[in-house]
Ligand binder design. Structure first.
Ligand code: ADP
Ligand code: ADP
Ligand code: ZN
Length: 216
Protein backbone atom coordinates (compact mmCIF):
# COMPACT_ATOMS: atom_id res chain seq x y z
CA UNK A 1 0.00 0.00 0.00
CA UNK A 2 1.34 3.45 -0.95
CA UNK A 3 0.01 6.27 1.20
CA UNK A 4 0.67 10.00 1.07
CA UNK A 5 0.26 12.24 4.12
CA UNK A 6 -0.39 15.83 3.20
CA UNK A 7 -0.84 18.85 5.45
CA UNK A 8 0.83 22.02 6.67
CA UNK A 9 4.00 22.00 8.80
CA UNK A 10 3.10 20.85 12.29
CA UNK A 11 -0.18 19.16 11.34
CA UNK A 12 1.04 15.84 12.72
CA UNK A 13 2.12 14.05 9.54
CA UNK A 14 5.33 12.64 11.01
CA UNK A 15 3.63 11.56 14.24
CA UNK A 16 0.81 9.79 12.40
CA UNK A 17 3.12 8.30 9.77
CA UNK A 18 5.30 6.73 12.48
CA UNK A 19 2.23 5.12 14.11
CA UNK A 20 0.92 3.87 10.76
CA UNK A 21 4.31 2.49 9.83
CA UNK A 22 4.32 0.31 12.97
CA UNK A 23 0.78 -0.77 12.34
CA UNK A 24 1.18 -1.61 8.65
CA UNK A 25 4.80 -2.79 8.67
CA UNK A 26 5.81 -0.53 5.80
CA UNK A 27 8.44 2.22 5.99
CA UNK A 28 7.81 5.84 6.86
CA UNK A 29 9.62 7.94 4.25
CA UNK A 30 9.84 11.63 5.21
CA UNK A 31 11.59 13.96 2.79
CA UNK A 32 12.45 16.40 5.60
CA UNK A 33 14.06 13.59 7.65
CA UNK A 34 16.08 12.48 4.62
CA UNK A 35 17.31 16.05 4.09
CA UNK A 36 18.22 16.46 7.76
CA UNK A 37 20.13 13.16 7.73
CA UNK A 38 21.98 14.23 4.58
CA UNK A 39 22.83 17.59 6.18
CA UNK A 40 24.12 15.87 9.31
CA UNK A 41 26.35 13.60 7.23
CA UNK A 42 27.37 16.50 5.00
CA UNK A 43 26.53 14.57 1.82
CA UNK A 44 25.58 16.10 -1.56
CA UNK A 45 21.82 16.40 -1.08
CA UNK A 46 22.34 17.85 2.37
CA UNK A 47 24.62 20.55 0.99
CA UNK A 48 22.17 21.39 -1.78
CA UNK A 49 19.21 21.55 0.59
CA UNK A 50 20.65 23.42 3.57
CA UNK A 51 20.18 27.02 2.44
CA UNK A 52 16.57 26.42 1.35
CA UNK A 53 15.65 24.65 4.57
CA UNK A 54 17.20 27.42 6.68
CA UNK A 55 15.02 29.94 4.85
CA UNK A 56 11.88 27.81 5.13
CA UNK A 57 11.37 27.54 1.37
CA UNK A 58 11.15 24.41 -0.77
CA UNK A 59 14.25 22.62 -2.00
CA UNK A 60 14.17 22.53 -5.83
CA UNK A 61 12.12 19.70 -7.32
CA UNK A 62 15.03 18.09 -9.21
CA UNK A 63 16.99 17.59 -6.00
CA UNK A 64 14.01 16.38 -4.00
CA UNK A 65 12.72 14.04 -6.69
CA UNK A 66 16.14 12.45 -7.18
CA UNK A 67 16.53 11.86 -3.45
CA UNK A 68 13.08 10.26 -3.13
CA UNK A 69 13.54 8.15 -6.23
CA UNK A 70 16.72 6.69 -4.74
CA UNK A 71 15.06 6.04 -1.37
CA UNK A 72 12.09 4.27 -2.99
CA UNK A 73 14.46 1.89 -4.78
CA UNK A 74 15.62 0.43 -1.48
CA UNK A 75 14.31 -3.09 -0.83
CA UNK A 76 12.28 -2.17 2.28
CA UNK A 77 9.98 -0.08 0.07
CA UNK A 78 8.95 -3.07 -2.06
CA UNK A 79 5.72 -3.65 -0.08
CA UNK A 80 4.73 0.02 -0.11
CA UNK A 81 5.52 3.24 1.74
CA UNK A 82 4.02 5.97 3.86
CA UNK A 83 5.18 9.24 2.34
CA UNK A 84 5.33 12.23 4.67
CA UNK A 85 6.21 15.66 3.28
CA UNK A 86 6.49 14.45 -0.32
CA UNK A 87 5.07 15.40 -2.78
CA UNK A 88 4.86 19.12 -2.02
CA UNK A 89 4.37 20.46 -5.56
CA UNK A 90 2.40 19.32 -8.60
CA UNK A 91 5.69 18.59 -10.35
CA UNK A 92 6.74 16.32 -7.50
CA UNK A 93 3.35 14.58 -7.66
CA UNK A 94 3.91 13.85 -11.34
CA UNK A 95 7.41 12.57 -10.65
CA UNK A 96 6.02 10.26 -7.98
CA UNK A 97 3.43 8.87 -10.39
CA UNK A 98 6.26 8.12 -12.83
CA UNK A 99 8.41 6.39 -10.21
CA UNK A 100 5.50 4.21 -9.07
CA UNK A 101 4.26 3.49 -12.59
CA UNK A 102 7.66 2.08 -13.50
CA UNK A 103 7.08 -0.68 -10.99
CA UNK A 104 3.40 -1.15 -11.81
CA UNK A 105 2.20 0.68 -8.70
CA UNK A 106 0.16 3.74 -7.84
CA UNK A 107 -0.86 5.84 -4.87
CA UNK A 108 -3.64 4.11 -2.95
CA UNK A 109 -4.76 7.03 -0.79
CA UNK A 110 -3.86 10.60 0.12
CA UNK A 111 -4.76 11.78 3.62
CA UNK A 112 -4.74 15.51 4.26
CA UNK A 113 -4.54 16.50 7.93
CA UNK A 114 -6.35 19.80 8.44
CA UNK A 115 -5.61 22.11 11.38
CA UNK A 116 -5.86 25.84 12.06
CA UNK A 117 -2.84 28.16 11.90
CA UNK A 118 -2.99 28.78 15.67
CA UNK A 119 -2.76 25.06 16.35
CA UNK A 120 0.22 24.74 14.02
CA UNK A 121 2.14 27.46 15.83
CA UNK A 122 1.38 25.84 19.18
CA UNK A 123 2.48 22.43 17.94
CA UNK A 124 5.66 23.60 16.25
CA UNK A 125 6.81 25.84 19.06
CA UNK A 126 6.72 22.86 21.46
CA UNK A 127 8.11 20.31 19.01
CA UNK A 128 11.36 18.56 19.92
CA UNK A 129 13.09 16.23 17.49
CA UNK A 130 15.56 13.40 18.06
CA UNK A 131 18.97 14.19 16.63
CA UNK A 132 19.64 10.52 16.00
CA UNK A 133 16.36 8.96 14.72
CA UNK A 134 14.24 12.07 13.93
CA UNK A 135 11.33 10.98 16.15
CA UNK A 136 9.09 13.92 17.11
CA UNK A 137 7.90 14.84 20.59
CA UNK A 138 6.01 17.77 22.08
CA UNK A 139 6.84 19.43 25.39
CA UNK A 140 3.18 19.35 26.47
CA UNK A 141 1.24 17.08 24.12
CA UNK A 142 3.69 14.20 23.68
CA UNK A 143 6.59 14.50 26.12
CA UNK A 144 9.35 11.88 26.23
CA UNK A 145 9.58 9.71 29.37
CA UNK A 146 12.85 11.38 30.32
CA UNK A 147 13.28 15.07 29.55
CA UNK A 148 15.48 15.76 26.54
CA UNK A 149 15.99 12.06 25.70
CA UNK A 150 14.38 10.04 22.90
CA UNK A 151 12.21 7.11 24.13
CA UNK A 152 12.94 5.19 20.99
CA UNK A 153 16.73 5.38 20.69
CA UNK A 154 18.11 7.37 23.64
CA UNK A 155 19.29 10.16 21.31
CA UNK A 156 19.15 13.77 22.48
CA UNK A 157 16.22 16.01 21.60
CA UNK A 158 16.61 19.46 20.06
CA UNK A 159 14.47 22.23 18.63
CA UNK A 160 14.78 22.47 14.84
CA UNK A 161 16.06 25.90 13.84
CA UNK A 162 13.30 26.16 11.20
CA UNK A 163 10.69 25.78 13.97
CA UNK A 164 11.34 29.41 15.02
CA UNK A 165 8.15 31.43 14.69
CA UNK A 166 9.35 33.63 11.82
CA UNK A 167 10.45 30.66 9.70
CA UNK A 168 7.27 28.79 10.61
CA UNK A 169 5.17 31.60 9.17
CA UNK A 170 7.13 31.49 5.92
CA UNK A 171 6.78 27.69 5.73
CA UNK A 172 3.05 28.03 6.25
CA UNK A 173 2.85 30.56 3.38
CA UNK A 174 4.88 28.27 1.14
CA UNK A 175 2.49 25.45 2.00
CA UNK A 176 -0.55 27.53 1.07
CA UNK A 177 0.93 28.67 -2.22
CA UNK A 178 2.83 25.63 -3.46
CA UNK A 179 1.50 22.54 -1.70
CA UNK A 180 -2.20 23.20 -0.98
CA UNK A 181 -3.03 22.97 -4.73
CA UNK A 182 -2.25 19.25 -4.40
CA UNK A 183 -5.44 18.88 -2.36
CA UNK A 184 -7.60 19.59 -5.41
CA UNK A 185 -5.23 17.68 -7.64
CA UNK A 186 -5.77 14.50 -5.61
CA UNK A 187 -9.44 15.17 -4.96
CA UNK A 188 -10.04 15.19 -8.71
CA UNK A 189 -8.38 11.78 -8.90
CA UNK A 190 -10.68 10.45 -6.18
CA UNK A 191 -7.71 9.70 -3.92
CA UNK A 192 -8.24 12.30 -1.18
CA UNK A 193 -9.55 11.86 2.35
CA UNK A 194 -9.66 14.86 4.69
CA UNK A 195 -8.76 14.21 8.31
CA UNK A 196 -9.70 16.61 11.10
CA UNK A 197 -6.39 17.14 12.92
CA UNK A 198 -7.84 19.22 15.76
CA UNK A 199 -7.87 16.43 18.33
CA UNK A 200 -5.31 14.45 20.29
CA UNK A 201 -2.76 12.15 18.67
CA UNK A 202 -4.84 9.02 19.34
CA UNK A 203 -8.03 10.65 18.12
CA UNK A 204 -6.39 11.61 14.83
CA UNK A 205 -4.96 8.09 14.51
CA UNK A 206 -8.46 6.65 14.98
CA UNK A 207 -9.80 8.84 12.16
CA UNK A 208 -6.97 7.78 9.87
CA UNK A 209 -7.45 4.08 10.61
CA UNK A 210 -11.15 4.29 9.90
CA UNK A 211 -10.48 6.21 6.66
CA UNK A 212 -8.31 3.25 5.64
CA UNK A 213 -10.96 0.75 6.82
CA UNK A 214 -8.61 -0.62 9.48
CA UNK A 215 -9.76 -1.53 12.98
CA UNK A 216 -8.53 0.76 15.80
P1 ADP B 1 7.41 19.68 8.47
O1 ADP B 1 7.41 18.24 8.91
O2 ADP B 1 7.42 20.61 9.60
O3 ADP B 1 6.34 19.98 7.46
P2 ADP B 1 9.67 18.86 6.92
O4 ADP B 1 10.58 18.20 7.86
O5 ADP B 1 8.79 18.01 6.08
O6 ADP B 1 8.79 19.91 7.72
O7 ADP B 1 10.47 19.81 5.94
C1 ADP B 1 11.48 20.69 6.40
C2 ADP B 1 12.04 21.46 5.22
O8 ADP B 1 12.65 20.55 4.29
C3 ADP B 1 11.01 22.21 4.38
O9 ADP B 1 10.73 23.50 4.91
C4 ADP B 1 11.71 22.29 3.03
O10 ADP B 1 12.71 23.29 3.02
C5 ADP B 1 12.43 20.94 2.95
N1 ADP B 1 11.57 19.92 2.30
C6 ADP B 1 11.06 18.80 2.88
N2 ADP B 1 10.34 18.10 1.99
C7 ADP B 1 10.39 18.78 0.81
C8 ADP B 1 9.83 18.57 -0.48
N3 ADP B 1 9.04 17.52 -0.74
N4 ADP B 1 10.11 19.49 -1.44
C9 ADP B 1 10.89 20.54 -1.20
N5 ADP B 1 11.44 20.81 0.01
C10 ADP B 1 11.20 19.93 1.01
P1 ADP C 1 4.46 17.44 10.82
O1 ADP C 1 5.24 16.19 10.48
O2 ADP C 1 3.16 17.52 10.08
O3 ADP C 1 5.28 18.69 10.68
P2 ADP C 1 4.63 16.48 13.60
O4 ADP C 1 4.12 15.08 13.53
O5 ADP C 1 6.08 16.66 13.75
O6 ADP C 1 4.05 17.35 12.35
O7 ADP C 1 3.87 17.22 14.80
C1 ADP C 1 4.17 18.56 15.15
C2 ADP C 1 4.22 18.68 16.67
O8 ADP C 1 2.90 18.53 17.20
C3 ADP C 1 5.07 17.62 17.36
O9 ADP C 1 5.65 18.24 18.49
C4 ADP C 1 4.06 16.55 17.78
O10 ADP C 1 4.49 15.86 18.94
C5 ADP C 1 2.82 17.38 18.05
N1 ADP C 1 1.55 16.71 17.66
C6 ADP C 1 1.34 15.91 16.58
N2 ADP C 1 0.04 15.53 16.51
C7 ADP C 1 -0.58 16.13 17.56
C8 ADP C 1 -1.94 16.14 18.03
N3 ADP C 1 -2.91 15.46 17.39
N4 ADP C 1 -2.22 16.87 19.13
C9 ADP C 1 -1.24 17.58 19.77
N5 ADP C 1 0.05 17.60 19.38
C10 ADP C 1 0.39 16.90 18.28
ZN1 ZN D 1 15.55 8.85 18.65
Amino acid sequence: MNLVLLGPPGAGKGTQAALLSQRLGIPHVASGDLFREAMKKGTGWGKEAQSYIDLGVLVPDEVTNAMIEERLKEPDCAKGVILDGFPRTIEQARALEGILAERGEKIDRVLVIQVSEDTLIERLSGRRTCRRCQANYHLLFNPPQKEGVCDRCGGDLYQRSDDKEETVRRRFRVYTEETAPLIDYYRRQGLLTEIDGERGIEGVQGKILSALSLSP
